[in-house]
Design a protein around this ligand. Structure first.
Ligand code: MN
Ligand code: MN
Length: 332
């Protein structure tokens, strides 16, 4: 029988590699994986029970909230609260930070940013959805958490990851030692190492842009899209894929080679995606996989947030593709 490495074993082994690690981060990542399994279970039965549909309220950014968004938000908050390693959470679903009140939370050294359910408008049609998260480290722990503790550059992340609830469920994360992917084996209920040391190709064929935005997106993205439409000896040079489910689009492109762009548009002048809990975690993951992420001009990891729900134009994927798109952005 082939040797199986579970996520729990792997994060414990990783901890041994880092002499300064105390085990708290290990515990926190483990708590996140437990919540991911609980959310996975709910998503899998979403078609069976009356859990679908709008709750009838808008989230803080005016988007309609589905029941599973709230379920996932609660599951992650409760796992992190009982784990005791997390002091506060910034979530897409909550306008303000959530200060945890678990027994050990006050002394906890970590903060978590998360999009508990990404792509949730796709749930009703059975398209993959995800969870995106990162972990930040507090400078001091002997005071109440303030919102500005979350306003750090992506370079300060100590862990970043996502879960994709797809044809199989995977958890992919980095702590700065490369990117590793774990597939949930439902028969034993464990995430098992299936994609060790993921590297994204330097160049790829897939481009993921919502081309319906063509008339309202920046000239540079329009030109890059035209460039992708070019033929070479009568054959297409690129292929278009866009699900509108960020984690799913990102995951496919990272494994196969590609670029995902959500630019600023006339309708969304700062872009649509959120820096803290969507762009920064994925940016670190793609960099660890050998790729690149920017806002068209500046590295995502170098942008310091000044708002919990700050939006940013997002260019992410294979290095050569991102650099090509940036060159069109920076042309004039
Ligand atoms: Mn969401
Ligand atoms: Mn999202």
């Amino acid at each position: 029988m082939a040797k199986i490495t579970t996520l729990a074993e792997f994060i414990t082994e990783q901890q041994v590699l880092k002499p300064e690690a105390t085990g708290n981060l290990t515990r926190l990542l483990y708590d996140i994986s437990i919540a991911a399994k609980i959310v996975n279970r709910e998503i899998n039965k979403a078609g069976l029970v009356d859990i679908l549909g709008e709750v009838g309220e808008d989230n803080v950014q005016g988007e309609s909230v589905k029941k599973l968004d709230i379920y996932a938000n609660d599951a992650f908050i409760s796992a992190l609260n009982s784990g005791g390693q997390c002091a506060a959470i910034a979530s897409e679903e909550n306008e303000e930070i959530i200060i945890l009140d678990g027994l050990e939370s006050k002394e906890a050294r970590y903060l978590v940013c998360m999009d508990p359910l990404d792509g949730s408008s796709n749930i009703d049609v059975n398209v993959s959805v995800g969870t995106i998260f990162n972990v930040l480290k507090r400078k001091e722990t002997n005071k109440e958490v303030t919102t500005d503790e979350f306003f750090v550059k992506g370079t300060k992340q100590v862990a970043a990851g996502y879960v994709i609830y797809g044809s199989s469920t995977m958890l992919v994360y980095t702590t700065g030692n490369g990117v590793n992917g774990f597939t949930l084996d439902p028969s034993i209920g464990e995430f098992c190492l299936s994609h060790p040391n993921i590297k994204t190709p330097l160049n790829g064929e897939i481009f993921s842009v919502n081309e319906a935005n063509e008339k309202i997106m920046p000239e540079g993205v329009r030109k890059y899209t035209e460039y992708c439409h070019q033929l070479n000896n009568g054959k297409r040079t690129h292929t278009a894929r866009f699900m509108g489910s960020l984690v799913a689009d990102f995951h496919r492109n990272m494994l196969k080679g590609g670029i995902y762009i959500y630019p600023n548009t006339d309708a969304a002048p700062k872009g649509r995606l959120r820096l803290l809990y969507e762009c920064a975690p994925l940016a670190w993951i793609i960099e660890e996989a050998g790729g690149k992420a920017s806002d068209g001009f500046q590295r995502i990891m170098d942008i310091e947030a000044n708002d919990l729900h700050q939006r940013v134009p997002f260019f992410i994927g294979s290095t050569e593709m991102v650099e090509k798109a940036e060159s069109f952005m920076q042309e004039d």
